[in-house]
Structure formats: structure tokens, C-alpha cells
Design a protein around this ligand. Structure first.
Ligand SMILES: Nc1ncnc2c1ncn2[C@@H]1O[C@H](COP(=O)(O)OP(=O)(O)OP(=O)(O)O)[C@@H](O)[C@H]1O
Length: 367
């Protein structure tokens, strides 16, 4: 991670000889802590590591720094090439956001987009359009993985300095000052895009609202700033440690009084299907939508659904799954290209650890 940061700074400063300095290690620690916060809601100190110095990154916010370093010509070219590719529903969303920016009307939008409908493509274009005009566009996401997919994306916890225990505070705000780097970004940016917003606790959005009203000296929602939330309304609700289902429902964004200000934009066409004309992908996308929209019959006794027989290739045991995804791992475990094309996902780290152990046991060599 520190290597990536060093490379980025070398590129920005056009100095390929630049060596590691403490600031780079500090930024790496901040990024690692952001991931820990996103994954486990734990700071590095709580995990027994050194705390990063976050104040060192405060005054020079990354969005401000990158604003002056951007290649606006390349961004404008990217926009010019890709806007004509937008499908009608993507174009409607793009134009709606662009006109809200041009008219300075602000507002709260929610881009509701199931997986594969071109949400990231559209967000990249919105960000690039604004940045190509030398304005600031802030991209944040509820998870580290979603943040990594956005150009200049950061986790909401890190960018907004949300309190760790946001759910327990009556009226939380962002731990930022008006004149800090991020405070300046919040005051001056043309848009804040918050991806995978459905995973966020409603109090996180309310904290942003309170801070924006304060920083912008304006008592309308979000201080008159333009906010675009994005995500799939069918996806998982915020996770409340040791909470009940009722706690989760109560924590979701729709339960916030701010939600009544939302204007909805919708994407429905699965681009992976559209671009590749792949009929199996089309069937899979439709089945996924049936499941996530609650259209599959539920067995009352087990409260579970039965997956359609043609849903995917089913493996009856974990061993078979490993064998199907990683055949001949003993011969291929050093082949990075081979490894990079396959992965097994599991919902619980317990299962991940168990599978990792089984896989490692098949690899020859000393333990
Ligand atoms: N209008 C378009 N023209 C050409 N390619 C597009 C268009 N919209 C999306 N794509 C491509 O379709 C694929 C899926 O789009 P994208 O990754 O933006 O979807 P997504 O909604 O973010 O999906 P997920 O949530 O699963 O990550 C990408 O390869 C993207 O480049």
C-alpha cells in the first residue's frame, strides 16, 4: 500500500527518485485504518497497532490537492468519448445531475441501480465532467471496496470523519472543522457522490447534513449542496452489531427524515447482458432480481427459498467447490495470472479461514 502511495506521489510531483518519507507511511496507516473501520468498525489502536496521525492529512485534503493536479484535457476527452455511449436512462440521470449543478439547485438524489446496470460507468462520467471543468467533485462510499472503484474515492468514515459509534450518538456531526481540508471540500464541491449508500446508518447521512448546514451557513437540507446517493435498493441493510432485524430496519436511510427529500433516478438495463448479448447472463440477472425483489416463493417452515435449478453450477460439498474453482492448485499456486482469475467468496470469515486451511493443506512444502 505504501508503495502505491509512493508511486502516486512520484507521478504527481514528476519526481521518479522520490524516496519514502514518514508522511507516506502515515497515509498508508490511515488507509489501513479506513479499511478496518469499514470492515470491522475498529480503529488500529483497538486492533493493537500504531494510530495514524490523521491531523497531518487534514489541512491538505486529497480532493483539494488532486483538483490542482488533474489532467483536465484527458478528463474532457474521456467525457467526450463516453457521454455518447450512455443509454437513455443513464443519459437522463446524467442530464438531471448536470442541470442541478448548472442551476446550483442542490438537492438529494438517489441513483437506484442493481448490479451491472452501469452505475460506476455513469458516476465516473459525472465525476470526470465536473473535474474537467476544474471544479471539485467528492466521491465517497460506505465500503472500502466500493470506494476503490471510484476515481479518487474514499470511505465515508475516513473522508467525513464520522464518529465510530455514530449509531449511539443522538445528533452526530462529522469530526471536521469548517476550514480543514475536507471542510473546505464540503463547502465548495459541486457534488458529493456516496456509493453503496444502503449500507450506511441513517445517522451517518444526518451527520453529513448537520455539518453541511453548518459549513455552508445555510439551513436547507445539506446546506444546499448537491448529494447523489447511489446503490441497489435491494441490497443489504446496515449491519448493527448484536442488533435485531428491527434495529437494522430502523437504521436504514429510508427511516431518516431526510429521505423525504430524495429524488429517485433509476437504472434497469443490465449492461453486461446488453454489451455481450449473453443469454445466460440475462437469465442470471433476471433470477437475481427475482430473488432480491422478494418474488421467489418462501418455504414457511424454514423461511428459506429454493434456488432455481439453472441458477448456477451447484457444488454439494466445500471440497468439490475448491476442486472446481482451483483445480490443480498444487501445480498452479505460484502462477499469479491463474490465481487472479479465480476466487471463492464466503459470507463468514469462519468459512474463509476453514477453506484457506483446506487449500493450504493441498499445497506441497513445509508448513
Ligand atoms: N453506456 C455504456 N456503454 C458502454 N459500456 C458501458 C455502459 N454502461 C456501462 N458499461 C460497461 O458495462 C459494465 C458494467 O457497468 P458498471 O461496472 O458501471 O456497472 P455497475 O452498475 O457499477 O455494476 P456493479 O454494481 O456490479 O459493480 C462495465 O464494463 C462498464 O464499463
Amino acid at each position: 500500500m505504501a508503495d502505491d502511495i509512493l508511486n502516486r506521489v512520484r507521478r504527481l510531483r514528476q519526481d521518479p527518485e522520490l524516496a519514502f518519507v514518514p508522511e507516506i507511511y502515515n497515509e498508508a496507516l490511515v488507509s489501513i485504518e479506513d479499511l478496518c473501520l469499514a470492515i470491522a468498525n475498529k480503529s488500529l489502536v483497538q486492533l493493537g497497532m500504531h494510530a495514524p496521525d490523521r491531523s497531518a492529512l487534514d489541512t491538505q485534503d486529497r480532493d483539494l490537492v488532486r483538483g490542482s493536479d488533474l489532467d483536465v484535457g484527458a478528463l474532457a476527452e474521456f467525457v467526450e468519448t463516453n457521454v455518447p455511449l450512455l443509454l437513455p436512462e443513464q443519459l437522463t440521470a446524467y442530464k438531471t445531475i448536470m442541470s442541478a449543478i448548472a442551476n446550483r439547485t442542490g438537492g438529494l438524489f438517489f441513483l437506484d441501480a442493481p448490479g451491472g446496470t452501469g452505475k460506476t460507468f455513469l458516476i465516473s462520467l459525472i465525476l470526470a465532467t465536473i473535474r474537467s471543468r476544474k471544479h471539485i467533485a467528492s466521491a465517497i462510499a460506505s465500503s472500502g471496496i466500493a470506494a476503490a472503484l471510484l476515481d479518487g474515492g474514499r470511505t465515508a468514515h475516513s473522508a467525513l470523519k464520522l464518529p465510530l459509534n455514530v449509531q449511539t450518538i443522538e445528533m452526530p456531526t462529522c469530526n471536521l472543522t469548517k476550514n480543514s481540508g475536507m471542510g473546505t471540500v464540503l463547502r465548495t464541491c459541486r457534488i458529493i457522490i456516496w456509493d453503496e449508500c444502503k449500507m450506511a446508518h441513517k445517522k451517518s447521512l444526518e451527520a453529513l447534513d448537520r455539518s453541511l448546514r453548518d459549513f455552508r451557513d445555510c439551513q436547507v437540507p445539506f446546506g444546499g449542496a448537491l448529494i447523489m446517493l447511489s446503490g441497489d435498493s435491494r441490497q443489504t441493510l446496515p449491519v448493527i452489531p448484536r442488533g435485531t432485524r428491527a434495529d437494522e430496519i430502523n437504521a436504514c436511510l429510508k427511516q431518516s427524515t431526510l429521505w423525504r427529500h430524495v429524488q429517485k433516478l433509476t437504472l434497469t438495463t443490465n449492461m453486461r447482458v446488453q454489451l455481450r448479448h449473453d443469454t445466460t447472463a440475462a437469465r442470471f440477472a433476471a433470477q437475481l432480481l427475482d430473488i432480491s425483489s422478494g418474488r421467489m416463493p418462501i418455504d414457511r417452515s424454514s423461511q428459506s427459498i429454493t434456488l432455481p435449478s439453472d441458477f448456477c453450477t451447484m457444488c454439494s460439498t466445500k471440497e468439490r467447490l475448491i476442486q472446481s474453482v482451483l483445480p490443480d492448485i498444487e501445480r498452479n499456486f505460484r502462477n499469479r495470472q491463474w490465481l487472479s482469475k479465480r476466487a471463492i467468496l464466503a459470507a463468514k470469515s469462519y468459512d474463509v479461514n476453514a477453506m484457506n486451511l483446506s487449500i493450504k493443506n493441498t499445497i506441497p512444502g513445509e508448513a
